[in-house]
Design a protein around this ligand. Structure first.
Ligand SMILES: [Zn+2]
Length: 284
């Protein structure tokens, strides 16, 4: 495998540590595999705090650590006015912190239950509004089913409708994208990025692979979503940021086989895309 610079645009180092991979070990493995940066995604206020502390402990370190602020849709039952005020407060008090790069993860998850749908929408609308006011991009989580099912895409279409209603001008990333190019393109037209996790490397992921081969290269990024969804050849094990190289390798080979693109060019462009995503925080 070639070691080339790459950014893991979505992982949860707090949860990786909870699964038994100590953070210094995860960071060393990331360094060894050429990771330039890691975006640590908040699932609630506590994880944002954890990630902020890690970034502060390693200023300018390699890989560089970034973080986000948000409440995961699966925890939306915790969302209320007081919680919203605390999230807003963390964002506003870190306006000058260059490591705070996005709002999220937020969005709509209809997989386990649609019981909290109204709460999820309320929370997502708040995140969109916060992102718009603060000039930060959104990390968007959408899920309808275990695998892509053509008739189950409502979380994405609902998210798009809400983006149009509450997020005028807001950009972001469709994280761990498991739909096709059809669902992604309306977002891409609004300047959004599409990030692929280890799911891309799974044998049964034809639809996902098709989307990754048909979307414009300029919108593609890679992520681990660690500790979940380890790519082949680590499928089923605890995931960590270093494993993002397998997903990037897979994508580079896929684009070569389907579009005839030079794998090195694909790697370079994905890295540039990720840097552009991180720079969105400056586009106030
Ligand atoms: Zn995640």
């Amino acid at each position: 495998m070639t070691v080339s610079a790459v950014i893991d645009t979505h992982c949860h180092l707090d949860l990786v540590a909870g699964k038994g991979i100590a953070t210094p070990d995860a960071l060393q493995a990331a360094r060894d595999n050429g990771l330039e940066g890691i975006v640590q995604i908040a699932t609630d206020l506590e994880s944002a705090q954890f990630h902020r502390s890690l970034a502060e402990d390693a200023p300018g370190g390699s890989p560089r650590l970034y973080w986000t602020v948000g409440l995961h849709p699966e925890s939306a039952d915790r969302f209320d006015g007081a919680y919203a005020a605390k999230l807003r407060d963390v964002v506003q008090s870190n306006r000058d912190n260059p490591d705070l790069v996005a709002i999220g993860e937020t969005g709509l998850d209809y997989f386990h239950t649609t019981e909290h749908e109204a709460k999820q929408k309320e929370s997502f609308a708040f995140h969109l509004d916060l992102a718009r006011r603060e000039g930060l991009p959104i990390v968007l989580h959408t899920r309808d089913d275990r695998t892509y099912t053509p008739e189950k895409t409502r979380s994405v279409s609902d998210a798009l409708a809400m983006l149009r209603e509450h997020g005028d001008g807001v950009r972001g990333v469709l994280h761990c994208f498991t739909y096709t190019e059809k669902e992604a393109l309306p977002f891409v037209e609004l300047g959004w990025f599409v990030s692929y996790s280890g799911v891309l490397t799974f044998k049964n992921a034809e639809f996902v692979q098709q989307g990754a081969s048909r979307l414009p290269l300029e919108c593609l990024m890679v992520e681990t979503d660690a500790p979940y969804l380890a790519p082949n050849p680590h499928r089923g094990k605890t995931n960590q940021p270093a494993h993002v190289v397998h997903t990037l390798d897979f994508l580079a080979t896929l684009r070569k086989d389907t579009c005839g693109e030079d794998p090195e060019f694909v790697r370079k462009t994905v890295l540039e895309n990720s840097r552009r995503f991180l720079a969105l925080r400056n586009s106030h």
